[in-house]
Design a protein around this ligand. Sequence first.
Ligand SMILES: [Zn+2]
Length: 211
Amino acid sequence: MQDIVRVCWTATSLETPRIWQNCSRCDARTPFVCSGKFRVNAHGKRIDAWLIYRCVQCDQTWNYPILERTPLTEIDPSHLRALSENCGRLAERHAFDVARLRRYSDQIEERDNVAVEARLLSQCDGEPRTLVVSIAVPRPCRIRLDRLLASGLGLSRAAVQRLHDAAVLIVSPPSRAALRQPVRDGQTVTVDLRSVGSASGLLSAALRDTS
Ligand SMILES: [Zn+2]
């Protein structure tokens, strides 16, 4: 259709999840953050590797096991190099693997500080009537959909809720509580621009990167 503007928002978490552990130095349960550094130890022909986390209060370390007595012959040389060179991408991949982190703590705190990159997918010739936002979430992030929409559309959260209640803003796949839940990869939000106060302001906000 000619009167639809399509935009893709890629939401990327700016902070890795924190893992809550008992800190022996603080003598309390505290959040630990990923340092981005690995520690690798060799025991003969077997390798241990950890990703190092630090207590936010006292810097005490907690070692997150990545390899445990793994035979050297089973480790790809490029993987071993990435571990010993503190490859940022590898550290990030482990630090965002919330399902695996849960093995070590029942409290994983995903952060809601995200950057959003907006990309125009298709423009329309005449006056736009509908805005369709496709949301991509390449790695887990906790930001609620209403917060993402408020910042991305230049509205208050209450305004987003009102538009949703009036079915001017529709979330797909549909879910009653979708606005209050974390954004999900593949979600689509459709806004009927004829029913909003400032369609041009909303459109220009939707095309702007935010963080
Ligand atoms: Zn501590």
